[in-house]
Design a protein around this ligand. Structure first.
Ligand code: SAH
Length: 367
């Protein structure tokens, strides 16, 4: 392992507080105010560590905007509606969405833009990207306006810290990170798992085998529940796209990406993006418990196709050079092809309880 400033901090933390849960490790590695990944790095794009859908194609943000506009109309075209994005990254999705919003009469003028962003560095990037727009930033949901709301998030939930349970010798233990003095590096160790964590496993989980891992994203569940509460109270809907599994299942999906390559999650903390697959069932169960109707999952490919991705690309192509047309088509394909982002990435939505249909989704689910 490469020695780095965050490692020194983690070593001290473990010496003071004992083993770290995966969640604590993720939080420190991603958001430490001085050495955290999101605080110090430029993660996005070909020169960064990974690339996200809005950075691949402008069509992504445009279609999400049209989805929002349809929900605004479905809600009776209120005079004011909040457009709230969680984890906006560089602000690209929002910039594309706001440009497309102008096409729908009355929509642009009705929306109030709010961003929930934890990283001060990314906030300043978002400020640059959205310089012409009135934007309000928030640390958390508590300060969001009490307005009917369109809530969106792309690759937000995968960045939230998870905890891992591991099945060993007939019992669930918690996977934690300790300091190995011999190699002077962090390493894995299993600890007793608190009952409060074990109780969060689904009731109908399959019988586990030795070594099975179950991941629980407490922050994700709490955030999904709180967003749902906000929507149930004030009206509107939420749309979330991410990679993950539609059904809760066993498996270790904790991963680190550096320069578009998978690396060891414990290697050089703070210098790689750490994520885990999203357990959409668990998020929707929280939203349902907070009184929202729930939709999905549908694959990103199905969702974008239902919203008319191909027609949108061909319309843009009419005013583009042959070279631009090629890029437009190939980047859209990247978003929807099953072998690219079309199947692993999925969409879910939640809405106020009386809403029984949303664009791009089948009927609401019972959870
Ligand atoms: N939506 C963007 C960025 C995805 S990366 C895109 O698709 O390109 C994850 C984003 O979530 C980053 O902006 C990161 O700073 C933000 N984030 C991570 N944890 C957060 C938290 N707890 N609260 C708010 N934002 C968070």
């Amino acid at each position: 392992m490469t020695a780095n400033p965050l490692s020194a901090h983690l070593k001290a933390l473990i010496a003071a507080d004992g083993p770290l849960t995966v969640a604590r490790y993720m939080r420190e590695a991603l958001l430490h105010p001085e050495h955290g990944y999101y605080t110090t790095r430029e993660p996005f794009g070909t020169a960064g560590d990974f690339i996200t859908a809005p950075e691949i194609s402008q069509v992504f943000g445009e279609l999400i905007s049209l989805w929002c506009a349809a929900v605004w109309q479905q809600s009776g075209s209120p005079e004011r509606m909040a457009l709230i994005e969680f984890g906006p990254g560089r602000g690209t999705l929002m910039a594309d969405a706001l440009r497309a919003a102008r096409i729908v009469p009355g929509f642009s003028g009705a929306i109030d833009v709010h961003l929930v962003e934890a990283s001060p560095r990314l906030r300043s990037l978002q400020r640059e990207t959205l310089a012409d727009t009135g934007v309000t930033w928030h640390d958390s949901l508590e300060t969001l306006p009490r307005l009917p709301s369109l809530v969106i998030g792309n690759e937000f939930f995968d960045a939230l810290p998870i905890r891992q349970l591991i099945y060993r010798g007939g019992a669930w233990r918690e996977r934690c990170i300790v300091w190995d003095d011999h190699s002077d590096a962090p390493r894995w160790s299993d600890m007793a798992a608190p009952d409060t964590l074990i109780r969060q496993m689904p009731e109908r989980a399959a019988v586990p085998a030795e070594g099975d891992i179950f991941e629980i994203c407490e922050d994700g569940r709490l955030t999904a529940g709180a967003i749902a509460q906000h929507i149930a109270l004030h009206g509107g809907a939420g749309l979330f796209l991410d990679y993950g599994h539609g059904k809760s299942a066993y498996g270790d999906t904790f991963q680190a990406l550096r320069r578009h390559r998978y690396v060891d999650v414990l290697d050089a903390p703070g210098t790689a993006d750490l994520t885990a697959h999203v357990d959409f069932d668990a998020l929707l169960a929280s939203a349902a418990a907070s009184g929202c109707s729930c939709f999905g999952t549908v694959t990103q490919g199905q969702f974008l196709s239902a919203l008319g991705v191909e027609a949108r690309v061909e319309r843009l192509a009419q005013e583009a050079s042959p070279r631009q047309t090629m890029t437009l088509r190939s980047s859209a394909r990247r978003l929807i092809e099953p072998t690219e982002m079309g199947t692993l990435f999925k969409a879910v939505a939640i809405a106020a309880p009386e809403v029984d249909a949303l664009p791009g989704f089948g009927p609401p689910r019972s959870l």
